[in-house]
Design a protein around this ligand. Structure first.
Ligand code: SAM
Length: 312
């Protein structure tokens, strides 16, 4: 299920699905599960434990991550004895795709740090809490740090985060659909900064956590076209795409962990499981007008980062 009617692709609006019906649906998936998901009793215990934490309840009901939960999951840094919930701790520290998205954050951070320097105009779509730009060493010297998200709650949290970083003056935040960046409502900062920037003046555009929620390749191509239209000629796109599980190098993980992680994926039934080979992503980026596409893999080949230049 996507929410094409309101444009939000990454999660169902909170309250759209109640917990009780989400649990009934998860129980039905467990009842129909094949042996690759392991012992049904263990799956039921994980479903029970998952309902005991906020993240589990959120994911069961919304089938994805909003800006707040993305930040929570990527920034999760607890020892097992400090974990508030054992299932949550397992999910965030031993599931391959979650480990990959946490590693990807570090890869983005290093690449963004090279490109967000004095005088840069940087854009994050979707921005969530805008931590990707606000945490950069060059953030204070950038000309503009711009965040776009369709979720107003994310923008409120991004504004608070900008204030916490002491970077409110550099920030512009806008409510817009990523596919229609020129049709935006600026909620923080100057409207002219935003409209000038998205009219082919952006130096670097970062995007994580949107294409993975979109199954339709032509929609992903349109997303990359939307990004290309915002970048100045020669401007840099930094984006990521999930590869199919057949590409994953999981030799360092135990069968028990992989089975349990597979089971949690079944329980969560997330909307982000739209996989593309690196070749498909490269083709899509080139079809959207990008050149010089470079790939930066994570250690297990799950969630590579792509750096591409807008055509001159
Ligand atoms: C998985 S989060 C990623 C947020 C951020 N990139 C990060 O890494 O922290 C997905 C984000 O996409 C936003 N979103 C979903 N659909 C969108 C759309 N059509 N246009 C713009 N933002 C959208 C959500 O509100 C959410 O903040």
């Amino acid at each position: 299920m996507t929410h094409a009617d309101d444009g939000l692709v990454s999660h169902a609006p909170p309250g759209a699905d109640d917990l009780a019906s989400a649990v009934v649906a998860a129980e039905a998936r467990i009842a129909a599960a094949g042996p690759e998901y392991g012992d049904p009793g263990a799956l039921r215990r994980d479903l029970a434990g998952w309902q005991e934490c906020d993240l589990g309840r959120w994911m069961l009901c919304t089938r994805g991550w909003d800006g707040y939960w993305t930040r929570y999951c990527i920034g999760y840094d607890r020892d097992p004895d400090e974990a508030t919930n054992e299932v949550e701790h397992f999910f965030l520290t031993r599931s391959p795709a979650i480990l990959a998205t946490r590693e990807r954050y570090g890869i983005f951070h290093g690449l963004l740090a090279e490109h967000v320097t004095t005088g840069s105009v940087a854009l994050s779509v979707p921005c969530g809490l805008l931590e990707d730009l606000l945490s950069l060493p060059g953030a204070a010297d950038a000309d503009a740090l711009i965040g776009v998200d369709l979720d107003r709650a994310a923008l409120v949290a991004a504004a608070d985060n900008a204030a916490a970083h002491g970077l409110t003056d550099q920030c512009t935040l806008a409510a817009a659909d990523a596919w229609r960046l020129t049709d935006a409502e600026v909620v923080l900062g100057d409207v002219s900064v935003y409209s000038t920037a998205v009219g082919q003046r952006v130096d670097v555009l970062t995007s994580n956590g949107l294409n993975i929620y979109v199954g339709d390749d032509s929609r992903v191509l349109d997303l990359y076209r939307s990004f290309h239209a915002a970048l100045r000629p020669g401007g840099v796109l930094i984006a990521s795409a999930l590869t199919p599980p057949t590409h994953w190098d999981l030799g360092d993980m135990t069968e028990a962990d992989l089975t349990r992680a597979r089971g949690l994926n079944l329980i969560n039934d997330v909307m982000w499981a739209n996989y593309r080979t690196p070749e498909t992503t490269r083709d899509q980026l080139e079809a959207a007008g990008f050149t010089r596409v470079e790939k930066y893999p994570d250690s297990r080949g799950i969630f590579p980062t792509f750096v591409a230049r807008a055509r001159l």
